[in-house]
Design a protein around this ligand. Structure first.
Ligand SMILES: [Zn+2]
Length: 54
């Protein structure tokens, strides 16, 4: 299941939520700290280094 990263707009807490894609589309994510629904999703780019030096 995908992991989504969020940051709370109220308390700036960053947290990760594991959701199915369907749940991500339909469910409200709330901050675990302050229960605010004012959360923003973070899109952290992943850099996968595949260069192998041998
Ligand atoms: Zn919060």
């Amino acid at each position: 299941m995908p992991v989504y990263d969020y940051v709370c707009a109220k308390c700036n807490k960053e947290f990760s939520v594991v959701l199915t894609i369907k749940a991500h589309d339909t469910e409200k994510v709330t901050c675990p700290e302050c229960k605010s629904e004012k959360v923003e999703q973070l899109f952290k780019p992943f850099f996968v280094k595949t260069s192998k030096k041998s």
